[in-house]
Design a protein around this ligand. Structure first.
Ligand code: B16
Ligand code: MG
Length: 217
């Protein structure tokens, strides 16, 4: 069977998850709320607007729509200031080799990210040309855990969803992959990503033969 590979970006390809955390932490402080790393897990993979809505709920704050837009803009500016320091050194360990190997074996490869900043970030780290299709926050209308982003990626790759393998670092993203009927591979902690079909702590741990061995595909 022909398989397709779909990669989440933040927290899978690059460690921008920490930059998102720092920027949201500042937003939360402005709302009188301390954002913890544990709470931040709930923001991973979640769109910018949905993230702010969650923070407002936790902070039990209500603000005008102008203030909402201002906070979103400020968060993104703070975030982009961190992104601006990125180079190819910020690609997470093992990712480059793993994707290169897939490409050498002619597997189709997609990006499936909630981020509107995906093209900027991929360009910064020199990975823009590594994907056959890029589906990101600019091209989807429903945010993870909705499966839309992964279903569009599969469609663009011309691979049936059940033959796609998704790499994700977030609870919401693993849920989206599962709902899409794809095989989910979590990158991170078992406690957080226990609902994924497989969990690894990094790409360095994934042998390319693992892909060959997946009998579900
Ligand atoms: P932006 P992913 C997601 O990217 C992040 O995990 C999430 O924290 C962020 O809020 C979302 O992108 C939107 O990002 O503000 O850059 O549009 O993990 O789906 O690649
Ligand atoms: Mg992610």
């Amino acid at each position: 069977k022909k398989r397709g590979f779909i990669f989440d970006m933040d927290g899978v390809i690059v460690d921008t998850a920490h930059f998102h955390f720092l920027a949201w932490k500042k937003t939360a402080e402005e709302l009188g709320f301390q954002l913890t790393e544990a709470r931040n897990e709930k923001l991973k993979g979640v769109s910018r607007v949905d993230s702010l809505n969650k923070i407002l709920k936790w902070a039990e704050a209500s603000i005008s729509s102008e203030e909402f837009d201002r906070l979103l803009q400020e968060k993104n500016e703070d975030y982009l200031a961190y992104v601006n320091t990125m180079t190819e050194k910020d690609i997470l360990p093992g990712v480059y080799n793993f994707i290169s190997e897939l490409r050498q074996q002619n597997y189709p490869v997609a990006l499936g990210s909630a981020s509107k900043n995906a093209p900027t970030i991929l360009k910064k780290v020199g990975l823009l040309d590594m994907f056959d299709t890029i589906v990101d926050g600019n091209s989807v209308s429903k945010a993870k855990p909705d499966p839309e982003v992964f279903l569009i990626a599969a469609q663009n790759l011309k691979i049936a969803p059940e033959n796609c393998i998704v790499f994700e670092d977030s609870e919401a993203g693993v849920e989206a992959a599962n709902t899409a009927g794809m095989l989910s591979v979590g990158l991170g902690k078992e406690e957080i990503l226990g609902h994924a079909d497989h969990v690894f702590s990094s790409f360095e741990e994934i042998d390319i033969n693992f892909i060959e061995q997946l009998e579900t595909i």
